[in-house]
Ligand binder design. Sequence first.
Ligand code: HEM
Length: 510
Amino acid sequence: MEATSSMWWLTWVLGALPIVILLVWWWNEIWYVFGSKDRAKLPPGHMGFPFLGETPKFLWYFKVLRRPDDFVNSKHRRYKNDVGLYKTHLFGSPSIIACSPDTTKYVYQNEGIFMAKWPNVEIMGENTIISKYGKAHKRLRGAITSAINQPQALRPIALLVQPRITAALESWAQKGKIVALEETKKVTFENIGNLFANIQPGPLLDTLDRLFVGLVNGIRAQPYFEQTYHYSSTNIQTVAILAMNDLDCRRKLKEIFRAELETRKQDRLQGVESRNDLMDGLTAIKDEEGNQLKDEEVLDNIVTLVVAGYESTALSSMWAIYFLAKSPKVLQKIREENQALSQEKNGGFITTEEISKLNLARRPGSWPNPALGVYLLCHVVEETLRMANISSFNFRVAAEDVEYKGYKIPKGWKVLTWIRFIHTNPEHFDDPLSFNPDRWDQPMRPGTFQAFGGGARVCPGNSLARMQLAILIHHLSVGYKWELINPDAAIAYLSHPKPVDGAEVYFSKL
Ligand code: HEM
């Protein structure tokens, strides 16, 4: 009798199991897609498991398999959607992946519909550019762009950053063996201290660095993102700061910058000259109505600029070192090109005049000065940024229902502009995973280079980042040689791509 009852249960469970599996597999489809009566349909794609969506799949490709491109490639192969839109469910939200130049352009250019949504933006303060929209955003952007992205702003910055970069390279050669990422972080932060608030290496700069680490950890504390910000030092102060809450870190950071701001006000009253750094730049700039930024705006945006510019610049510098180590022919060519430039100048720094030409020279079709002869340097910068894919994707949220080329993007859904896919798509770049600066001899197809995003939110630090990279590569190639200790080290893709050993290299003078 008991045996019959057990059999009955077993049959029932086994019979129901496929239905349960199907229900779990299609739950999100039923929940989000079923019942949508619009003429426009949702883009193809699968929404994954209830609540989790496709996040486990995303982590599988990015973290376990370490083949991040296959996450979107697999959709592209399966659904063959030429428009470049896929539906999914990621990081707790129903989402649309936009992964063609046209769709990302559409998203970037319709800022009123697709609202930028950085994770945990409130940590950066209520006056930060990244939480502003429309006129308020435009006003702050104008000030920031004037302070860090115009040729007249970049010239003094080039003078400030160059000596630190050359001093850092000297010290790397003395060490003989370095972890490139640790060193590029160090020199980037020294430059940030100097650039933003005239803070020189020492205890105050070390404290600032630790506070920024605490703040970035807070920003990263997203449900599905790990906290991967590794800090090499483990001294007691670091541990204490990492234990602090991110808002405390921001408060303390602002206190340090506020004290500096007050000192400058007093100095100005006593006729002390401007320091020509970004704090003075942001304070002095006037908007269209002739108003200066308020103190709170200056402070919140300095914190934002450091968060946005610190790790991104350090990582891209590390990637330049990494790619050039793996591409000896490119390194040789760039060495010849830059040594010629250096000899003409008796081995000195690149001048500010050359820097501004260099910045222009990178734009295909606008080579203003063939005599400058640093085309390859500019191309190495662009190729490094394309391959590094520091931002794999950007976040937006649809503020209303939208129809695009017959597909519906529902109100409230996240829209992810998937830069990685565009940069690694063989339709846009031949042999896309090879480091080939010569490809930049030809103008790129419009919209296929998105390392800095696009539209109203395109990175306002893009010229600054490019210039710092160009200066680093120039001095590296002219005077140094280096070799990866673990050329086959695995690449970790979260939170940003980097070799797991941080690119350890033997480093010496030529
Ligand atoms: C290689 C280095 C860098 C990369 C790859 C990079 C990438 C990006 C990207 C993709 C965006 C657009 C985000 C979006 O659309 O949601 C962005 C925005 C931004 N970046 Fe950068 N960035 C870099 C360096 C910098 C630097 C050096 C600064 C400043 C010092 C900076 C400041 C900003 C700011 C303030 C925004 C927000 C702009 C806005 O909301 O209007 N970035 N960056």
